[in-house]
Design a protein around this ligand. Structure first.
Ligand code: DX5
Ligand code: ZN
Length: 224
């Protein structure tokens, strides 16, 4: 069963020169979580921010869940550092960890929820064995590394399959989608089985965060 819908604006598209205020503004505008994209110029060809910035957001007064998406290799040390820096959920790409089960264990032992992220071309089999231990499955609908890319249509089918796998498991696992999510496709994504939506450029690139997030929520509501 789908969990209550969550919009997680990706601060990859925020104004980095005033990150704390911009993150607070998007939450005040109706965003539910802060999606925090960590890139290392190794697992993905881009470089963003680390645990110190996460901690700085907490110190700035951000109290909403921080949804850390690690696009780094190796994973374990940074996952622990983010748990210490105030992350709420930590997701990682299984290809980037030698010991996926251990990585999930250390994230949960550190008091965070654990997610596994599948690239568009990574099959759902990659998570079969760990379904009993994860709190979230994140399906990438673009190749990771950059904001502002186009949604890859074949991921829609994968979302339906992932929803069936989650429902069969009987566990409360969130299904998050990341990449090219906007007002135009969010209803179809909810209908296909997602309950957690990352959106960067569609929110931060719009003139009015509140209007865009409200439009996303109303698309979700009318999609059932
Ligand atoms: C891409 C990141 C995404 C990105 C999404 O590697 O994981 O979270 O910010 O950006 P948009 O919504 O612009 O596709
Ligand atoms: Zn992301």
């Amino acid at each position: 069963m789908k969990q209550s819908p969550v919009i997680a604006p990706s601060i990859l598209s925020a104004d980095f020169a005033r990150l704390g205020d911009d993150a607070q503004a998007v939450l005040d505008a109706g965003g539910d979580w802060v999606h925090f994209d960590v890139m290392d110029n190794h697992y993905v060809p881009n470089l963003t921010f680390g645990p110190m910035i996460c901690k700085a957001l907490r110190n700035h007064g951000i109290t909403a869940p921080i949804d850390v998406h690690l696009m780094v290799e190796p994973v374990d040390d940074l996952a622990e550092a983010f748990a210490g820096a105030g992350a709420s959920l930590i997701s990682f790409h299984p290809e980037a960890s030698r010991h996926v089960d251990r990585t999930i264990g250390l994230i949960r032992d550190a008091g965070c929820k654990a997610g596994v992220v599948l690239n568009p071309a990574t099959p759902l089999d990659a998570i079969t064995c760990v379904l009993g231990k994860v709190d979230m499955i994140l399906l990438m609908s673009v190749n990771p590394g950059f904001g502002g890319q186009k949604f890859i249509p074949y991921v829609m089918d994968k979302i339906r399959q992932a929803r069936a796998i989650i429902d069969d498991s009987g566990r409360d696992i969130r299904l998050e989608v990341d990449g090219g999510v906007d007002v135009g496709n969010i209803g179809a994504l909810y209908e296909a089985g997602c309950d957690t939506f990352v959106s960067g450029s569609a929110i931060f690139g719009s003139g009015d965060y509140a209007k865009t997030i409200a439009a996303m929520k109303s698309e979700i509501d009318s999609s059932g």
